[in-house]
Structures are given as structure tokens and as C-alpha cells.
Design a protein around this ligand. Structure first.
Ligand code: MN
Ligand code: MN
Length: 437
């Protein structure tokens, strides 16, 4: 368990309290989720709770009260010697304040009694209703109780507001330390991809390539993936979130892998597409070069001050021109974008925020405009072209081809930096590496 970097978590709480300076802020941790009998699914803390605490145990509740003596209070599972024998040590109530740089800690079993007391003179509670059914119930009871009391006067109604927009806005702009963690996740992911390319050959199963890649993730310090790996060969490459990963690689087809190692809670999100036998066919290569050029156009557009959506438009224009050149579409770039005629071949966005979550927190729009890019924003650029079953008008020789190339970028003061730029993507580099074991 990582209780280091306490100051960083504390300063985030301070910053949040300077933005939401009235009342109280309540954030719940994740709970274990049962798989069967006494076995749970692997636990991972929800990212916002982690972002504010660095605490990776289930069931905890964080209560921030900007204007109270105990500003920062946490409810945790108690230390339990029996639990330690079976599962491992919990931090416990006594050790929590010092370990988490928090003012006071209580056992979670006291939440029902302590929370009304902590919120006694508070009018506004910032809590995301719907995020936790137990906390939802508690808040509803409090609201009801307060309503009854206010009838007799002297007690205010309890107002509930959502702190999510403020927290998400904080999470959107990454500190240098956070960018370093994303970089670390990417560096691990790079080694996994290179080895996946090396072992790719006809006859291998998708999950076997996956095992090779993920074994390198683990060896290099990534305890889990940021999301389930997409290892999609042949026409599976046209299925955007294919995670079945059970098919055998066929000579002459492509393999698309979209994967990211998680490193200290931050994830990479990388996609590469390569030929199973190490050589692109002319048709595969033609589509590949279009997607690669589209990605370059998107990346080159990135600098502080431009709108987020401009990256998408820059990439999309190259894709649409490519679809015209390939004979898949007819018309002008502007007309085809206007009519969205490209949708059968390109149906997803070009970019999303990246950080603690693969589709990270943060707004994409500011009022009625696409959000302006700022230094420290980290996101993907991932154009693709898919000639799957949905693209019924596909030229015959392109059918079954699905190609996506995804890299991760940070906005800098000057422009941008491609954090995953060392993961090879040119046709010649890929052809050299694939199957080279
Ligand atoms: Mn991806
Ligand atoms: Mn992505």
C-alpha cells in the first residue's frame, strides 16, 4: 500500500477546499464487489478517492470541512488481527491520521452516528448523489431530519450539491508528478508492445500474444492494466472494444492491440496495428499510412489555447481525404464531414482525457464551446479506419481491415509532447520487429 506522497494528496484536499469553501465535502471509497461465495473481484480504489487520499482500502469515507477544527476526517475499516491472517493488514483507525496526513479518523461502523454530528451546523453538503447507495441513504435521512427540525425554526435545511465538476476540473490538469506517472505507465507499455510484436506469428492465439505483453507489464512494476486489453486479429480489429481475445492469428491478417499498463494508479492507453506475418499487404499499408498521417495531423495541431475539438477535425480531414483516395467515399472533404458520410468507417472520437482513469475525468466543453487546451492536460490521439460489417459500401479489397493508432500527449507551454513517441509506428519499423524472435 502506498502511503507516500502524503503532501501531494493533502495539498489536493486543500486546493479543493479553497474552491468549495462552504459546508462539507463527502467522498466515498469503493467497496469490494463479490464474484462468488467468499471471493471478490480484484479491488481497485475509485480514482477520485485515491486522488484526494492516496488510500487504497475499501469502504472508507472522507469528510472535508473547510471551516472546522478537524478539517479532514476519515472513516476506515478497523485494524483486525483475524483479517490480517486471512487477507492482510488494514491501516486501521489509530494509524490513519498520521499515515494519511488527516486530522481525525473513526471506524466506519460509527459513520451513522458521527456523520450527523460532523454536519450539525452545516448547511451545504457537497456529495455526488448516486455514487454510493449507503451514503445516499445516510444523506437522505439527514435531509429529512433537518427538514423536520427546520419547521420549528433555528435550524437550516440541508442542501446537497455535487462536488464532481470541481474535482474533475482539478483532475483534468496534471501536475508534473502526475505526467511522470503517466510516462512511467507508457514506458512499461512500450516494452509490452515491442514484445507482443516480436512474438506475433500466424497460428498463435490472441490471448497468447496478450500474455506475452502483459507479462512484461507485470515484470516492470505494473500491478494491473488500466483497462482490459483489446487483442483483436483479422476482422475483430473492426470491433472497437473487442476483449474476447480467443481467436487464432491468421496469415495475411492484421493484429490490433489497444492496451495500457497501470503504474501507481496512472494508466497508458496505446494502440498499434501490425501484420500477423510481418508484412503489410498493399491494401493494409495504404490504409495504415492514411491513419498514421491522420494521427500526425491531429498531434501537430495541439498547442495551448486551441480548442480540444480542433485536434479531432485535423485528424478527421486527413481520414476523409484518405477515404476519398481509397474509393470508399465520393465528394468534397467539407461536404463529407458535414453529412457525416465517414461514420461507417470512423465512428469514434479522436481523443479523450487520460490519467488515473483511461477515460479520465474532466469536461470536454466549456459553456457552449469545445474546451481550450491548457498546459498539463493529457489525452489520447487515436484515429482509425474500420472496414467492418457496418461499412456495407466498402471497396471489396478493404473489407475486414481495421486499423487504429493511438498515442498519448501532454500539452506543454510551447505546444505538446508525445509521451509515447518512442513506441514505434512506422511501416518499416513495424515490419522489421514483428515476428523477429
Ligand atoms: Mn485505447
Ligand atoms: Mn483511448
Amino acid at each position: 500500500m502506498a502511503y507516500n506522497k502524503k503532501q501531494q494528496f493533502k495539498s489536493r484536499r486543500t486546493s479543493l477546499m479553497s474552491q468549495i469553501s462552504d459546508g462539507a465535502i463527502i467522498i466515498g471509497a469503493s467497496h469490494n464487489s463479490p464474484r462468488n461465495n467468499d471471493v471478490d473481484y480484484e479491488f481497485r480504489q475509485n480514482s477520485t478517492f485515491w486522488y484526494l487520499t492516496g488510500f487504497d482500502e475499501p469502504d472508507a469515507v472522507l469528510v472535508l470541512r473547510p471551516h472546522h477544527k478537524d478539517q479532514c476526517v476519515i472513516f476506515v475499516n478497523p485494524y483486525d488481527p483475524q483479517f490480517e491472517i486471512w487477507v492482510g493488514a488494514r491501516l486501521g483507525v489509530d494509524a490513519a491520521p498520521e499515515n494519511l496526513e488527516i486530522d481525525a479518523a473513526y471506524p466506519i461502523s460509527e459513520l451513522d452516528d458521527q456523520l450527523p454530528r460532523l454536519l450539525e451546523d452545516i448547511e451545504t453538503v457537497h456529495y455526488s448523489i448516486g455514487s454510493d447507495s449507503k451514503l445516499d441513504d445516510l444523506m437522505m435521512n439527514l435531509v429529512q431530519k433537518r427538514r423536520g427540525l427546520s419547521q420549528r425554526g433555528g435550524v437550516h435545511l440541508l442542501r446537497i450539491e455535487d462536488p464532481k465538476p470541481a474535482i474533475d476540473r482539478m483532475r483534468l490538469v496534471k501536475s508534473e508528478a502526475e505526467v511522470e506517472l503517466v510516462q512511467a505507465a507508457i514506458d512499461v507499455t512500450r516494452v509490452g508492445f515491442e514484445n507482443a510484436m516480436r512474438v506475433t506469428k500466424p497460428g498463435t492465439f490472441e490471448y497468447q500474444v496478450q500474455a506475452e505483453m502483459e507479462s512484461h507489464f507485470r515484470k516492470l512494476g505494473s500491478v494491473r492494466n488500466g483497462y482490459p486489453s483489446i487483442v483483436a486479429s483479422g476482422t475483430n480489429s473492426c470491433i472497437l472494444h473487442y476483449i474476447n481475445n480467443r481467436e487464432q492469428l491468421k496469415d495475411g491478417s492484421l493484429l490490433l492491440i489497444d492496451a495500457g499498463a497501470e503504474y501507481d494508479y496512472y494508466t497508458a492507453d496505446i494502440t498499434r496495428t501490425w501484420p500477423v506475418n510481418g508484412n503489410f499487404t498493399p491494401a493494409q499499408k495504404e490504409v495504415y499510412e492514411i491513419v498514421l498521417a491522420s494521427q500526425s495531423a491531429g498531434i501537430n495541431a495541439i498547442s495551448p489555447g486551441i480548442e480540444f475539438n480542433e485536434v479531432h477535425i485535423a485528424s478527421l480531414r486527413v481520414l476523409v481525404q484518405g477515404l476519398i483516395d481509397l474509393g470508399a467515399l465520393e465528394g468534397s472533404i467539407d461536404g463529407l464531414i458535414e453529412s457525416r458520410a465517414y461514420l461507417p468507417y470512423y465512428m469514434h472520437g479522436t481523443s479523450h482525457w487520460l490519467g488515473l482513469d483511461v477515460h479520465d475525468a474532466g469536461p470536454y466543453r466549456d459553456e457552449d464551446r469545445s474546451i481550450s487546451l491548457e498546459q498539463g492536460m493529457v489525452f489520447t490521439v487515436e484515429p482509425g479506419l474500420y472496414f467492418g460489417n457496418q461499412a456495407t459500401e466498402s471497396p471489396e479489397h478493404l473489407k475486414g481491415i481495421g486499423i487504429r493508432i493511438e498515442d498519448n500527449v501532454v500539452v506543454t507551454t510551447e505546444g505538446h509532447s508525445v509521451l509515447s513517441g518512442t513506441i514505434l509506428s512506422s511501416v518499416s519499423d513495424i515490419e522489421e520487429l514483428v515476428g523477429s524472435v
